[in-house]
Design a protein around this ligand. Structure first.
Ligand code: ZN
Ligand code: ZN
Length: 416
């Protein structure tokens, strides 16, 4: 099993740094039933931090699987709004939200993809009202991981189960800086560094990026005028700082939905609803994917692209090749981790926070400025050891951002 002392310290990091729970605040804790013991530690740390009360909700992938398998189709597609009312009411009352993930990547493998798709979309729709509260950062929220048995077995196949679980915990602790002498301080420094990169990019006047590597990526990405680069800790509308994801290594913004041209080649597999898509590539013309291929899992891409807006980009994120997560040399089959191992893009929806006032824009207004909206947001990785990224400003200045897969030293750029 995981070491109790470290697990407690990790629970404390989640409450203090992750969600930064305030004295007297309510909290919602969403946790996998398999990790009940760890969830109770997080619960206790929340109360120790002064939580007024915590609404604990367990979820169970295996039970969800049975539901997707057997429930009446009517019930799958008509999710009553009241199913999420308690969370919504708590969120409206100012509760912070903590979600612990330990998903088995194959949890829904073999389930009829149409039933699964319909069911998941219906859940997403029912969740929308409270999701919106967090999307707008009205209150603090954080997504973190705990090692689960099936997830660990997938990441470390063919080894002793207990060993695999311990290895996965170790990887989680390493990538969340739990193995540093003072994790909370390490996070403060890490977050400051990410914000410094954002500040630099936001002040740079870069309107266009050029990406290339030896695998065949050669892509131009036009940014939305005034697009905001974000990364590191976020702030609620009330000014409370929090870490939305642990780990996090990225700074990201929104590409213009019509200004992407060229080819991008993936460097890590993409796990989409239990199907692994490997060695894939996309060719863009005026923002739209006009050609694509994959060595494995192309049918899943066909399915994703049924939503036309999933053929466009919603995110471009820069992550150094030497990031802590990639250094772990593990394919986690979890976006929370894998997207922090590599530069990535997302098919589909952009974050409304990527443009000023984006939360209040209608769909038409978003399209007008080039902010993409879709039913999904699907991240895929393209970072490599030899990746070069260059920024261009409106007045033709050329700013090297990445060389040999990593950030060009900021000191050199800022103080040049
Ligand atoms: Zn990202
Ligand atoms: Zn993303």
């Amino acid at each position: 099993m995981y070491r109790e002392e470290t697990a407690r310290a990790y629970a404390k990091l989640i409450i203090r740094t992750g969600v930064n729970l305030q004295k007297g605040q309510l909290a919602i804790l969403n946790a996998p039933i398999e990790n009940a013991e760890f969830a109770r530690m997080v619960l206790e740390e929340a109360y120790r931090a002064g939580a007024r009360d915590v609404l604990l909700r367990y979820f169970d992938d295996k039970a969800s699987r049975l539901r997707y398998q057997y429930a009446h189709e009517d019930a799958l597609t008509n999710v009553p709004a009241w199913k999420y009312t308690p969370i919504e009411e708590y969120a409206k009352a100012g509760a912070a939200y903590i979600c612990i993930e330990s998903d088995d990547p194959d949890a829904f493998f073999g389930i009829d993809s149409e039933r699964l798709g319909k069911g998941m979309n219906a859940e997403a729709r029912a969740k929308k009202p409270f999701q919106r509260i967090f999307d707008k950062n009205e209150i603090q929220w954080t997504v973190v991981a705990a090692a689960g048995r099936d997830w660990a077995k997938k990441v470390f196949p063919g080894v002793d189960e207990q060993w695999a679980i311990q290895k996965l915990w170790d990887a989680i602790y390493h990538t969340t800086r739990m193995d540093t002498p003072d994790p909370q301080k390490a996070w403060a420094e890490h977050s400051a560094s990410l914000r410094q990169h954002c500040d630099f990019l936001n002040a740079s006047g870069i309107t266009r990026l050029h990406l290339e590597n030896s695998l065949g990526t050669n892509l131009e990405i036009g940014l939305i005028p005034g697009a905001i680069w974000a990364g590191g800790s976020e702030k609620t509308v009330g000014g409370i700082e929090f870490e939305a994801n642990m780990p996090t290594e990225e700074v990201f913004t929104a590409p213009h939905r019509e200004k992407v041209n060229g080819k991008v080649v993936s460097t890590l597999p993409l796990n989409y609803q239990g199907v692994l898509i490997e060695d894939f590539w996309f060719v863009f013309r005026d923002g739209l994917i006009v050609e694509y291929g994959a060595r494995q899992g192309k049918a899943a891409l066909d399915q994703i692209f049924q939503d036309e807006n999933c053929r466009r980009l919603g995110e471009i994120a820069l992550v150094p090749y030497d990031s802590l997560v990639r250094q772990a040399q593990i394919l986690f089959y979890s976006t929370l981790f894998d997207e922090n191992a590599s530069c990535h893009m997302a098919l589909g929806s952009a974050y409304t926070s990527s443009v000023a006032g984006g939360e209040k824009m209608s769909l038409a207004e978003k399209e007008q400025i080039g902010l993409n909206e879709a039913y999904s947001h699907i991240d895929f990785m393209f970072g490599s050891r030899d990746l070069r990224i260059t920024g261009y400003t409106e007045d033709g200045r050329e700013i090297p951002l990445f060389r040999d897969g990593n950030w060009v030293s900021l000191e050199k750029e800022i103080f040049a």
